[in-house]
Design a protein around this ligand. Structure first.
Ligand code: SF4
Length: 406
């Protein structure tokens, strides 16, 4: 996750005081764990990475098993749990899990489609002490209902935001941009402000692109740059106004270098200070400071790596699985710098973005260390040259792959 507002608030402070603030130290030892507690969902969205449906899935972790894993996560220094699904509110014991998480001192987020949150459920969520609730919106009503394949889904999710707001629950909108909903982004940013939501999570499509990428001409990359410019403008206006509204992005760590370029253009006196902050952030954290446990208890480097199984928490504690670098992918993800290839290897921003989202390279070429085809910065910007990868071995894989966060 790239915390746009955090950096822009620091820049606003620097502008106001004349000196760049000293960043807070990060103390967490373990990764943030995104935990898909249940695969069942009441919706069947077009872009669901979990391929969920409205039926039970056999073999999911029981409540005692979840508690055992939580104890291990706590001892391992995991600071935060993001409880997700499927639709986590369909798990009958969700509130027992949330209570345990709160008792153990985890920062606890809930990632939901919002359609099951009526007034009583909002009160229950507030009472459970969730630190944050993220509600997915794919656009305004026509777009969202089409994506979610349910008439009325938008109205129900919007009602959820309002119900939660009455209980002062910190709530955010989660938006995954595609070519089919990019036009709704400005209106959703306005909706965030109108509805008093506290956070806007912009998720890039996990887009793999084509064989020989012309980033300067690619419509998707251009749309991404336009969206990021809009987010930066909103976040900068909020920061200057002293607002604590958060704008964050995910699934494309080129956002860090792109913000650096934005600062070079708008606030050049702070470019070097920001560069140091971004290097300290360190870019993509899959397999390092972000982890995923799926509904069956299998551990993955992040939610986009469900096809890569690191082991089950039923067989070994998460802490052991996570520290085990006998898996070549995990060894590479934890390496610094990562063993990336192509233009990522000689990119001037590698120390900031950490080679970005490896799953895109793996999905498109079969090689997880190939340059990220989803990077929207031009060769001139990164100071390196793209590598063609249209070989006979991967030609059949030349297609657009769209995998998205929900
Ligand atoms: S070229 Fe690679 S290392 Fe450089 S910004 Fe893009 S994804 Fe990151």
């Amino acid at each position: 996750m790239f915390r746009i507002s955090q950096y822009l608030r620091e820049l606003a402070q620097a502008q106001a005081t004349g000196s760049y603030p000293t960043p807070r130290e990060r103390h967490a030892k373990g990764p943030v764990v995104i935990w898909n507690l249940i695969r069942r969902c009441n919706l069947t969205c077009k872009h669901c990475y979990a391929l969920s449906a409205d039926h039970d899935y056999a073999g999911e972790l029981s409540l005692p098993e979840v508690f055992t894993v939580m104890d291990d996560l706590k001892a391992f220094g995991v600071p935060a749990l993001i409880l997700s699904g499927g639709e986590p509110l369909l798990r009958p014991d969700l509130f027992e899990i949330a209570a345990r998480a709160r008792d153990l001192g985890f920062y606890t987020g809930l990632s939901t489609n919002g359609t099951l949150i009526d007034a009583p459920m909002a009160a229950r969520i507030a009472g459970a002490g969730f630190d944050y609730v993220g509600i997915s919106l794919d656009g305004l009503k026509p777009t969202h209902d089409k994506f979610r394949r349910l008439d009325g889904a938008f109205d129900r999710s919007l009602a959820a935001i309002r119900h939660l707001a009455t209980h002062n629950v910190k709530v955010g909108l989660r938006f995954t941009m595609t070519a089919l909903n990019a036009h709704d982004l400005p209106a959703l940013l306005q909706l965030m402000q109108d509805e008093g939501a506290n956070k806007f999570y912009f998720s890039h499509l996990n887009y793999a692109g084509r064989g020989n990428i012309h980033r300067d001409k690619d419509a998707h990359h251009q749309a991404t740059r336009t969206a990021m410019d809009l987010l930066f403008d909103h976040a900068w206006a909020a920061a200057q106004a002293g607002s604590l509204d958060d704008y964050v992005s995910g699934n494309n760590d080129a956002d860090g270098p792109y913000l650096l370029q934005w600062v070079r253009q708008h606030l050049p006196q702070w470019e070097e200070a920001l560069r140091q902050r971004l290097v300290a952030w360190g870019g993509n954290a899959s397999g390092q400071m972000v982890a995923n446990i799926d509904n069956l208890g299998h551990v993955h480097p992040d939610t986009m790596w469900w096809h890569h199984d690191l082991g089950s928490v039923r067989a070994r504690p998460f802490s052991q699985i996570w520290n085990d670098t006998s898996d070549p992918l995990m060894a590479g993800l934890k390496q610094r710098p990562r063993p990336v290839q192509g233009r990522c290897a000689s990119c001037q921003y590698l120390s900031i973005c950490n080679g970005n989202t490896r799953v895109r390279a793996q999905q498109l070429t079969g090689n997880p260390w190939f340059e990220d085809p989803g990077c929207y910065l031009s060769d001139a910007e990164v100071g390196a040259v793209s590598t063609p990868f249209e070989t006979p071995a991967n030609k059949h894989a030349r297609r657009t792959i769209e995998i998205a966060h929900v």
